[in-house]
Ligand binder design. Structure first.
Ligand code: PNS
Length: 162
């Protein structure tokens, strides 16, 4: 069985992530979305909320599952018998960080490969951070997020601003 892991923070999942997930699901028997539970960061959404949102937007993809993980990504892959990490590349600015992660992971886990999918041009500028910034200033985020996720971002920011 060919199993790939698509890891990230997904705070929140954007249409750019969704595009990578759909394309990856066509290439592998099983895709596990690994949501990083990074205690050092203070995300907008808890890890449980991020996992649930991803489960809702990927409900139509039977070979996709969502799990959270802590610690090293390669340990998460080994635990799930996965051999491939999938990452999206938006622009040259992503390249240096992505190459560093891929090379480091390959040194510590030579059996695991990272593959990169170029992001759909439509979403090549998109990031979760920019979407959150627009939402914070009450801008329109409907172009960038699944309608259900956009609603959750608005609700969360409204709670925080009270
Ligand atoms: O969406 P992000 O925040 O760009 O994803 C980064 C992620 C989760 C892929 C990366 O931070 C990661 O793999 N963290 C787990 C810790 C780890 O394995 N670090 C070593 C990577 S070289």
């Amino acid at each position: 069985m060919r199993i790939a892991v698509y890891p990230g923070s997904f705070d929140p999942v954007t249409l750019g992530h969704g595009d990578i997930i759909e394309r990856t699901a066509k290439m592998f028997d099983k895709v596990i979305i690994g949501v990083l539970n990074n205690k050092a960061k203070s995300p907008l959404f808890s890890v449980e909320e991020r996992v649930n949102m991803l489960r809702e937007v990927t409900a139509g993809l039977p070979n996709v599952e969502v799990q959270s993980f802590e610690g090293l990504l390669i340990d998460f892959l080994r635990k799930n018998s996965a051999r491939v990490i999938v990452r999206g590349l938006r622009a040259i600015t992503d390249f240096e960080y992505e190459l560093q992660m891929a090379q480091t992971n390959r040194v510590i886990a030579p059996e695991i490969d990272t593959i990169f999918l170029t992001t759909n041009l439509r979403y090549s500028y998109l990031s979760s951070s920019i979407v959150k910034e627009i939402a914070e200033y009450h801008g329109d985020i409907s172009e960038f997020l699944h309608p259900m996720i956009a609603e959750k971002v608005r609700e969360k920011l409204a709670c925080r601003q009270q």
